[in-house]
Design a protein around this ligand. Structure first.
Ligand SMILES: Nc1ncnc2c1ncn2[C@@H]1O[C@H](COP(=O)(O)OP(=O)(O)OP(=O)(O)O)[C@@H](O)[C@H]1O
Ligand SMILES: [Mg+2]
Length: 270
């Protein structure tokens, strides 16, 4: 992000606009295992927020709470005006998931559908949109992720990085208000990591609200407006990337960053 972009992002769109994601004192346990132990998190519209932290700290669980995939015991979860904690019926959860894109490490494209069909199936079948409109949007999105020439290919004919770019386009095809990315480059060959990060970087620049769980520390540092460091189900600290990476307040953050930045591959070089 250059200085002008950083400045524009620092100006609230409207001072009074409530955050798109508001999490307060969130507690989640699986049996006796406490996974989230009082998480607070805010994401404003148009911003990119990264969540970093050691394996098992609860990052994926937190994202799953945002889309109602797991049910926390206590706390507040507001996402795009929806009180997720009070949702009960399947149609209510489907309505939420149409508004919140989710991209995982495993891209899970439908192998028996072409790339284009992978992008149109949910808009047509789940959202009830006209096929022609859905196809036009799908082609636009394939151009955005630089895969127009693969519209009629089968997922199995694509590289991991290409499949992940299709998965991102598929999430965008429902025109979500925000997208959650969970370690979307972790399963990829190092050569294809950069092309996926480039797509995400563009989305962030265009103002798509993004929540990124990532081990690509340099990338998180570069694209995020705000970074949360989590450990053992708690937010240890959060702040702008320059502060969190440059001058972390907590010793635990400092030692985690030293470990991960020490030998990690640099996404900036991609
Ligand atoms: N469905 C489940 N049942 C029981 N325990 C679970 C379940 N899902 C997650 N956990 C536990 O919750 C803890 C946090 O897991 P989570 O996947 O959220 O961590 P993470 O920060 O995403 O880790 P990683 O960086 O390895 O992806 C772990 O101890 C995990 O074993
Ligand atoms: Mg995880």
């Amino acid at each position: 992000m250059n200085a002008t972009e950083a400045f524009l992002k620092s100006v609230p769109r409207t001072a009074a606009e409530p955050p798109l994601v508001q999490v307060r004192d969130l507690h989640l346990a699986f049996g006796a295992t406490e996974v989230l132990r009082g998480i607070d998190l805010q994401v404003h519209r148009g911003r990119a927020v990264s969540i970093i932290g050691p394996s098992g700290s609860g990052k994926s669980s937190l994202l799953r709470c945002l889309t109602g995939l797991v049910r926390p015991q206590r706390g507040e979860v507001q996402v795009a005006g929806t009180d997720v904690m009070t949702l009960k019926t399947e149609p209510e959860f489907i309505a939420l998931r149409k508004r919140v894109g989710f991209v995982f490490q495993q891209y899970n494209l439908f192998p028996h559908l072409t790339v284009l069909e992978n992008l149109t199936i949910a808009p047509v079948r789940v959202a009830g949109r006209p096929r022609a409109e859905s196809e036009a949007l799908a082609r636009e999105l394939l151009a955005k992720v630089k895969l127009s020439h693969k519209a009629d290919a089968w997922p199995g004919e694509l590289s991991g990085g290409q499949q992940q770019r299709v998965a991102i386009a598929r999430a965008l095809a429902l025109r979500p208000e925000l997208i959650l990315f969970d370690e979307v480059t972790s399963a990829l060959d190092p050569e294809t990591v950069g092309e996926v990060l480039t797509v995400i970087r563009e989305l962030v620049r265009e103002g798509m609200t993004c929540v990124l769980v990532t081990h690509e520390m340099r990338f998180a540092q570069e694209v995020s407006d705000h970074v949360y460091f989590t450990e053992a189900g708690r937010v240890v600290e959060h702040g702008p990337p320059a502060q969190l990476f440059g001058d972390p307040r907590h010793e635990r953050t400092r030692s985690f960053l030293q470990r991960t930045l020490g030998g990690g591959r640099s996404a900036l070089a991609a």
